[in-house]
Design a protein around this ligand. Structure first.
Ligand SMILES: Nc1ncnc2c1ncn2[C@@H]1O[C@H](COP(=O)(O)OP(=O)(O)O)[C@@H](O)[C@H]1O
Ligand SMILES: N[C@@H](CC(=O)OP(=O)(O)O)C(=O)O
Length: 542
């Protein structure tokens, strides 16, 4: 294959079904449009800065002049009244795996109190596997009939987990009973409509984070640590209206800073914020940031408040050399750059949300990945740069069940406009392209199903893509491929590839596509090898 290139960032917009939410009053949690919706789109890009006097902290604010002026004014007012007050200094995010039970909530509360001097903002995901259960409950509600909606197994499991947790923590069930009733009503509504839109899906899963944060805040208050619960969609997390995969808009940063900062100054209490959730700037409805999106909530808060450190607490000793479910002897990687971490996440490492590094990188705030089950472990520290002199291969990521297309032009050599036509087809169909390799007359690429949340591309969509491409090319569709991403030192890429190919050859595995992305500025590279599913099974068992 000649002239192989890698475009890791070629993305096309997601097609979104029109929602029927407005016809569904019982589902309409919040119909208010966001006050500063206009500033979200017409952001002036002006930046204001105010420091906290004693710390390396610059709050950069990209917003419309009006909001900016208000903020600056309030900041200076606040600064005069709180010169000696201690400011919020770090954000600690705990995922579902850290919050699976009452016992885990207690342990996380102990951890938060031990690190109280760091004056943290806490971001929480839903408890355990609640998000998956809510999604499944929603799917079942579509076809189970209104009278059966209350009996959906997953609803019972969610209720049971949350009520048991509340009881074991010695809290009053009123902390979440309203949410549980509303959740049941919502499932009945879905059953009645026999339809689950992306918008309703987001509203449905939001119950997980809304309940976990309420329980945790109530527990901290009960044990005498003053805490205050916040729903992210109520404190300024403004997003696009791309339900199930929304992007945070710039207006979020000043709004969140203003709300958390003012409350902290006026009446200090540990802020407990829902991860994963936002508010669509046009619809005013609850949105979510894509699976694992609480990591992004944490880094966005870090950037909004100009904090000193962002901590992401998981159930592993940091970012590991590969997925421990594939290779149990995987080791923690002590240091990573933002670019390496983003690359790792983008190519499928479940440990971090693909977009989470962006706010941290933009504001240059270190991110520490720690283990809530083993707080003593040093974890992984992610920064702008690191010493690469001894680095060879940093991490291996496996992405399974990838669809690959070989597209060969039916025209003569040297035809111009072929690539443009191919990509415009993907753009029109709203399908995201992942890895790309080209030669003079052909192009091989893989399709990224991640924008179509929690499901693979369906056969109908694939048939449609092939049909459109066949108008200009001969197309070969290959399903069930796997991408092995080798993330390592750009200076050692030949050594990395030599070793990788040695292993593959020894195991009789043929590589069907190869692509290397390298950035001259970030000194790391990612080599992507695409092989068949059978071969990956062979390699994993070896
Ligand atoms: N390279 C990797 N390093 C660390 N964990 C990984 C990696 N690849 C996959 N994982 C999986 O990611 C999980 C941690 O992420 P996640 O489940 O999202 O945590 P949480 O829900 O607490 O945010 C680990 O339990 C591990 O199985
Ligand atoms: N609860 C959401 C958001 C999230 O970030 O979860 P976690 O931190 O447990 O991966 C999800 O399951 O996707």
């Amino acid at each position: 294959m000649a002239g192989s290139v890698h475009f890791s960032g070629v993305r096309t917009p997601l097609l979104i079904k029109k929602s029927c939410f407005s016809r569904f009053p019982s589902l309409s949690k919040s119909s208010n449009l966001i006050e500063f919706a206009a500033s979200a789109v017409s952001s002036s890009g002006l930046f204001a800065a105010f420091g906290d006097g004693c710390r390396r902290r610059v709050l950069r604010v990209g917003c419309k002049k009006g909001v900016e002026a208000v903020l600056r004014e309030e900041a200076s007012e606040n600064e005069s009244s709180d010169d000696n007050a201690e400011k919020l200094a770090c954000v600690m995010k705990f995922g579902g795996s850290s919050l699976a039970s009452a016992e885990r909530m207690r342990e996380v509360a102990d951890l938060v109190l031990q690190l109280r001097d760091e004056r943290p903002v806490i971001v929480l995901s839903a408890m355990g596997k609640t998000t998956n259960k809510l999604l499944l409950a929603g799917e079942k509600a579509v076809s189970c009939g209104v009278s059966n909606a209350s009996e959906i197994d997953e609803l019972s499991l969610v209720k049971e987990l949350h009520l048991r947790t509340v009881q074991e923590l010695g809290l009053d069930s009123s902390v979440i009973s309203g949410h549980l009733e509303e959740l049941e009503q919502l499932l009945k509504g879905i059953a009645m409509m026999k339809e689950l839109t992306l918008r309703t899906t987001d509203y449905l899963v939001s119950f997980g984070e809304c309940m976990s944060t309420r329980i945790f805040a109530a527990y901290l208050n009960k044990i005498g640590a003053k805490a205050r619960q916040y729903d992210a969609f109520d404190i300024g997390f403004i997003t696009t209206d791309d339900f199930t995969n929304a992007d945070i808009l710039e207006a979020t940063y000043p709004a969140v800073a203003k709300r958390l900062y003012n409350d902290w100054i006026n009446d200090p209490a540990i802020p407990i914020v829902t991860g994963f959730l936002g508010k669509g700037w046009k619809s005013g409805a609850v949105t979510t940031l894509g699976r694992g999106g609480s990591d992004l909530t944490a880094t966005a808060i870090g950037r909004a408040l100009g904090l000193q450190e962002i901590q992401v607490w998981k159930d592993v000793d940091g970012v590991l050399t590969c997925d421990p479910s594939i290779y149990p002897r995987a080791l923690p990687v002590p240091y990573l750059t933002f670019d390496e971490a983003a690359e790792l996440a983008y190519f499928g490492a479940q440990v971090l949300h693909p977009q989470a590094m962006r706010p941290a990188r933009e504001s240059d705030i270190p991110v520490r990945v720690k283990n809530s089950y083993n707080p003593e472990a040093p974890g992984t520290l992610i920064n702008k740069t690191r010493d690469m002199s001894k680095a060879v291969l940093t991490s291996i990521v496996l992405k399974r069940n990838v669809t690959m297309l070989d597209i060969v032009s039916t025209r003569m050599l040297g035809q111009f406009g072929f690539l443009a036509k191919v990509f415009s087809i993907f753009e029109d169909l709203g399908i995201s392209v992942d890895v790309v390799a080209t030669s003079e007359v052909s192009i091989s690429l893989t399709l990224d199903p991640s924008k179509l949340w929690s499901r693979e591309l369906i056969q109908q969509e694939l048939d449609h893509v092939v049909e459109e491409l066949e108008k200009i090319a001969v197309v070969n569709l290959l399903q069930h491929r796997s991408i092995i991403s080798l993330i390592g030192n750009i200076q050692r890429s030949s050594l990395i590839l030599e070793k990788a190919f040695n292993v593959l050859r020894t195991n009789g595995v043929n590589v069907q596509m190869i692509s290397q992305g390298a950035s001259k500025v970030c000194s790391s590279c990612s080599c992507l090898l695409i092989i068949s599913l059978d071969d990956i099974i062979l390699l994993s068992s070896d």
